[in-house]
Design a protein around this ligand. Sequence first.
Ligand SMILES: Cc1cc2nc3c(=O)[nH]c(=O)nc-3n(C[C@H](O)[C@H](O)[C@H](O)COP(=O)(O)OP(=O)(O)OC[C@H]3O[C@@H](n4cnc5c(N)ncnc54)[C@H](O)[C@@H]3O)c2cc1C
Length: 620
Amino acid sequence: MDYDVIIVGGGHAGVEAALAAVRMGRKAAIVTMDRHKLALMSCNPAIGGIAKSHVVKEVDALGGLMGLAADATGIQFRRLNLSRGAAVWSTRVQADRSHYARFISEYVADIIGVDVIESLAGAILTENGKVAGVRTEDGVTITGKTVIICSGTFLGGLIHIGTKQIKAGRRGEKAAYRLSESLKELGFEVGRLKTGTPPRIDGDSIDFSKCEIQPGHEPIPFFSHRSDRQPFEQTPCYLTYTTDQTKEIVSANQHLSAIFSGQIKSIGPRYCPSIEDKFHRFADKDRHQIFLEPEGNGTNEVYPNGFATSLPEDVQYDAIRTVTGLENVRITQPGYAIEYDYCPAFQVKPSLETRRVRGLFFAGQINGTSGYEEAAGQGLMAGINAVLYIEKEDPFVLDRSQAYIGVMIDDLTTRSTTEPYRLFTSRAEYRLAMREDNARDRLNRFAQKYGLVPEDEYQAFEKLQIQTEEAVRHFKEVRVKVSDLDHRGDRFKKVDSISLEKLLKQPGLTINEALPLIARFNGDIDFTREALERAVISIQYRGYVAKQEREIAKFLKMESEVIPDDFNFASLAGLKQEAKDKFIHFRPGSLGQAGRIEGVTPGDISVLSIHLLRHKRTSK
Ligand SMILES: Cc1cc2nc3c(=O)[nH]c(=O)nc-3n(C[C@H](O)[C@H](O)[C@H](O)COP(=O)(O)OP(=O)(O)OC[C@H]3O[C@@H](n4cnc5c(N)ncnc54)[C@H](O)[C@@H]3O)c2cc1C
């Protein structure tokens, strides 16, 4: 068995990596434990949400699968933050968990033609500092020009439920211990992180009448521009709350939780605390929200989002039965915490190729991230870069002004991981210019350049761009009589009429208010809803984006001051030892990147830039 790209792990990172490699004309194989569990969601079956949805849209713009799969298997579609600006709107799709994995498995193997090899990779093979393939735990050698490790939470996985410990990668699945050893033998630094999940409960035992219904949104906000069909009927989620009794039980048994007993040593995601952690950290809060989210259409299982725990099973039972509406609930699977190995991401370049072994890439949770979307974004980039490595082309690196994917990889490679990394909109400095709605405007040219989308898709998008501009021009021309306006006309009293564009530009006007205004003043002739929405957002954001573009220009100037790969940071005179150590550790690729390393000061950057200038002069 010989491949261009071998991917270890068929999770969210692995499938996007394989897809990109095959789309770029390469022979790829996924070595994974179970061919029927490709991209299986370990935790709640929801794709998207704040900032994560931006990544899904970016993955989609670059020809990836996540958005399409979520749309095809979605049972509830919502758009979050609609009352706020478009920059932070987020799509969130509750998918049918098993259908999602089935859709991906069929797509990857049958439609795209990736070889899926069901086995456990045990060793990474190298020759002269370059990767040469992998050996499975049962002794089969698979050779390859590149290898991408996408092993998720399975490396050295250890599950905790109260005092019980189980060696496993995910509930009921094997852990990968040998691969972890192989990474250590190759000299990689391996750390340990933790995450957790709530118990799953039987929907038939929930009293939904005591909970608040959360319906899906219409029209359906699809992730992918390739989605064209109405999926399953929308299913509601529900909101409920913990009670005083929940607090009492959880607090009284806190010492039995694997997190509090000291049994778990590693750090978990602060933004996603367990229920015992919530009552401990927010002691003044009497109750917490619990979202009841169905796991799919063909199952009664429900995911109580907000109730992650590693308490013993009997305590989980007592505690969850005090939540409103869950008084008689049956647990189908207990909650648990899991510790796993990861490789701190200073060991990878911005292309996600490892610094230590040429042709070896890491993507997904192994780089210290948490989340399906973060993994998918990295997998896609690693897949593209593995092919570019084979073709001896420059790597494809997105910067912080182009994509959330760029923000994430830059954060990972310039900062130390102290807890599982997750994306937030606040991590992106240029978020007004990097919205969900313009992901394709930002990335379509790269998709075309690398052959990630078919030519007709690219051309269809160009048509949409033209239509959007036409709609903007049309809004400028349509005049609206101020006397025809209600309170919206108050600020224009001094004139008889204004352009529709001016009306749409008003601060605080939401898209749901804008679209009826357009229809009323006859501004929607022949434009699709998508073009109209894009035009409104473009009008509302033009001023801010122009301002942000000036900041982006400054940022890009620093990014263009490239630090060569062979630059000797250790020999820099006049630099604080702490800054020197950080530069040696993270090996920044540009002055801009050097400036973002924690603890590095503007003074350190001045010294570095003088040395860089000298280096460039002498190496001419
Ligand atoms: C209990 C739990 C709770 C979580 N909670 C959350 C949460 O609340 N929010 C959130 O955003 N994320 C959460 N996550 C994380 C989320 O599941 C991951 O971030 C995401 O799945 C990572 O994607 P990945 O592609 O890196 O790996 P995974 O999706 O984990 O896939 C890894 C794949 O690699 C395979 N594999 C591993 N090692 C080998 C090997 N040696 N040989 C062959 N195959 C191998 C596995 O079989 C699996 O298919 C949770 C994860 C777990 C386990």
